[in-house]
Design a protein around this ligand. Structure first.
Ligand code: BES
Ligand code: ZN
Ligand code: ZN
Length: 496
């Protein structure tokens, strides 16, 4: 979709960036071309072009430097690479309203700001692809306002042509992987069962030359995964345990392991959820979907790391054979837990996956899960909360998040939270004996299945995995966001 070739002059659009420089209360508007800034003097004076974020001003038939149309897109006053990701979404939306189906985006040098030109360019291209995602597979009548094809023509970049090509390609791989994660997440429960999710994961891994193994119900039982097996008991759909392996460096190097909750539908089981908005629980697989996306991106980018992705996948349903409140199951590491609320099922399927992850003696384990409603209360849809006791790992996560542009926030995980998860009849209870701190106690439960000494972080993406309500303009206001795919890619890269 993006290429520097085949420029058709008739459909060319030049994209310029406007931005604000603040000096105390005063703010001035600038454009990243002094020539265009001069041409736009009246519009700037009249505050039509202000440089505000998400502003797009289109000038048709300008013929500046021989290009028919000029689009001036605002970056705001903080020039981070995230501003470019968002500006790209603004560009795409603007192109849609112009009914421009085949635009050549002539991307001028980006004003440097806080991050370098390469990262801005990468973010801009990512933003174009991310904003171009829509889930309309199930509609018989498609809304075709999306530009079907647009080409990106880079003009006078500070980045050399070859480097620019490679950046565009990298951005494309990352955004396509996010969009794959989104599609898996957006697909309803009847069309994305654990079996189908496993098929999709296998196809994704194989497309990147990586290995995929899938365990069925029988094998899951044989492998002593009592958590995953127990949650799946109430459903007609069989569970799956998905193992994806990518070798990017010497076999002797310890792998990075990603784990994702792949609950294809969470009804709550016998401790049934209320009916209102229950349909949103198709998104309970987003941790798993996003881990598949991150794995695919890392493999396609050929990162020099060994990477394993583990996705325990199941439905949580109240069938006749379902786990009942009070039932006790045994996880893969031998620990027993009583299921006092069958709606706290994510931690049960993750428990076995974390045991398996620990057996691989990895350099680190990162898990992502739409684990608790309490996380939504605490952080809303702005940050993904993460839990780790390892300060060094936390530093690594902060760096990865700064590079990806995805916001994360460290949450507490202490012995007090572990204490609250002790069982009465079994080693553990799946719900806390204490009041509040539901996300931290869930993390404390998970911790019981990670071998001591292995750096581990748990990300609760209950608030950020879907329906961001327009907070990020390159994510649908309703629907899966693909959160953490980009951060997990940066985390994997940090072990190169
Ligand atoms: N999948 C849910 C968590 C969830 C709830 C995500 C709302 C997004 C929005 C999870 O399986 C769950 O139901 N957790 C319970 C745990 C409780 C019973 C201890 C919760 O958070 O209410
Ligand atoms: Zn639940
Ligand atoms: Zn759940």
């Amino acid at each position: 979709m993006l290429s520097k070739k085949g420029v058709r002059p008739s459909s060319q659009v030049s994209v310029y960036f406007s931005f604000q420089k603040k000096k105390g209360e005063q703010s001035t508007t600038h454009v990243n071309s002094s020539a265009v800034q001069k041409l736009l003097k009246n519009s700037i004076d009249a505050k039509i072009v202000t440089g505000k974020a998400k502003e797009a001003v289109l000038f048709r038939e300008t013929q500046w430097e021989g290009v028919p149309t000029t689009l001036v897109v605002g970056l705001g006053s903080e020039l981070t690479h995230e501003s470019y990701r968002q500006a790209a979404a603004t560009v795409l939306k603007s192109l849609k309203t112009t009914k421009c189906k085949d635009a050549n985006i002539i991307l001028q040098d980006t004003p440097a700001g806080d991050s370098d030109h390469s990262r801005n360019l990468l973010a801009f291209v990512e933003g174009l692809y991310l904003a171009n995602y829509k889930y309309d597979e199930l509609k018989t009548k498609k809304n075709d306002s999306t530009p079907e094809g647009f080409t990106l023509h880079l003009v006078s970049g500070k980045t050399t042509d070859r480097k620019a090509d490679s950046l565009v390609n990298q951005a494309k791989i990352i955004a396509e992987s996010v969009n794959l994660a989104r599609r898996l997440g957006d697909t309803p429960g009847n069309l994305m069962t654990p079996r189908i999710l496993a098929d999709e994961a296998v196809a994704a891994a194989q497309s990147a030359g990586a290995k995929a193994t899938v365990w069925d119900k029988k094998r899951i039982e044989k492998e002593k995964m009592g958590g995953l097996f127990g949650v799946a008991q109430g459903s007609h759909q069989e569970p799956r345990f998905i193992i994806l392996e990518y070798r990017g460096t010497a076999a002797s190097k310890k792998p990075v392991v990603l784990v994702g909750k792949g609950l294809t539908f969470d009804s709550g089981g016998i401790s049934l959820k209320p009916g209102a908005s229950m349909e949103e629980m198709k998104f309970d697989k987003c941790g798993g979907c996003n881990v598949i996306g991150a794995f695919l991106a890392a493999a396609r980018l050929k990162l020099k790391v060994n990477l394993v992705a583990l996705i325990p996948s199941s439905e949580n349903m109240p069938g006749g054979a379902a786990t009942k409140p009070g039932d006790v199951h045994r996880a893969r590491n031998g620990k027993t837990f009583e299921v006092n609320n069958t709606d706290a099922e994510g931690r049960l399927i993750l428990a076995d996956a974390l045991c398996y992850a620990s057996e691989l003696q990895p350099v680190a384990i990162f898990d992502a899960a739409t684990l608790t409603g309490a996380m939504v209360v605490a952080l809303g849809n702005v940050h993904s909360g993460y839990f780790t006791r390892n300060d060094q790992l936390s530093g690594r996560i902060q760096k990865a998040s700064a590079l990806s542009g995805e916001l994360v926030w460290r949450m507490p995980l202490t012995d007090a939270h572990v204490e609250d998860m002790k069982g009465t009849y079994a080693d553990l209870s799946n719900v806390s004996a204490g009041k509040g701190a539901g996300s931290a106690t869930a993390a404390a439960f998970l911790e019981q299945f990670v071998e001591k000494g292995i750096p581990w972080a748990h990300f609760d993406i209950a608030g950020t995995a879907w329906s961001l309500g327009g907070r990020l303009n390159y994510c649908a206001s309703k629907g899966a966001s693909g959160s953490l795919v980009r951060t997990f890619v940066e985390l994997a890269r940090s072990y190169e």
